[in-house]
Design a protein around this ligand. Sequence first.
Ligand SMILES: Nc1ncnc2c1ncn2[C@@H]1O[C@H](COP(=O)(O)OP(=O)(O)OP(=O)(O)O)[C@@H](O)[C@H]1O
Ligand SMILES: [Mg+2]
Length: 234
Amino acid sequence: MTKSSKPLLRVEELEVSCHQDGKWKPIVQDVSFQLFQGEMVALTGPSGCGKSLTAHAIVGLLEPGWRVTQGKIFYQGKNILDYDTSFWQKLRREEIALMIQQSLNGLNPIRKVKKQMMETLLLRKDSMSRKDMNGYLHTLLQQFGFHDPETVLSSYPFELSGGMRQRVLLAMMVSLQPKILIADEPTTSLDVMNRERVLVLLKKLQHDFGLTVLLISHDQQSVKKFANRIIQLE
Ligand SMILES: Nc1ncnc2c1ncn2[C@@H]1O[C@H](COP(=O)(O)OP(=O)(O)OP(=O)(O)O)[C@@H](O)[C@H]1O
Ligand SMILES: [Mg+2]
């Protein structure tokens, strides 16, 4: 792990509020932590403590009626809260990928995996030919533990198991080459074996791609086993 002195991401005294009865009511308060290049950090804490809201605030995806009311979020030294919608879109596309909670439903059920993965690749800065995309997707899926990428690519999501869909989603996110991957409870809806598998995969991504991972999980055991560091929210 390469740990440079400057954090890649720094969250400082973050407060997220929701608009209620004409006022902003703080829901998440005083969240501070930093993420260094190449590490896997777990964000943990009891249900409802604000882990998901924090993650959504980091990538500018708070729902209408929600807002960051205090604090700062620095990405590569810049306070990203100062930026506009198009900047956030670019940030999500190129820098910080968020795999949302309950994202097993994140794949479009009526489109084949290949189509969805290709569409994701089109968002990349570097343009690839269709032939290159095809080769890339095969290699990528192999890296994600699929021995028969062609079958997966020509499947509809419902033809895959939960663990397989989760790995396809992760592959899709990694195909955009983000610097940070935030995985919000990536394993909750999976059985024990697939949980382990997805976490091993995240660990491998951290090593192989130098990916910085923020793992949001209340599964203490896996957190202890896989994360380099643990941040506990109250
Ligand atoms: N859309 C919403 N409308 C109303 N309240 C919300 C909404 N989203 C979150 N909250 C509230 O904000 C608080 C923090 O929610 P958040 O989803 O961030 O918790 P969490 O730590 O991710 O919990 P879990 O471990 O269950 O996923 C909770 O008390 C929740 O009830
Ligand atoms: Mg949550």
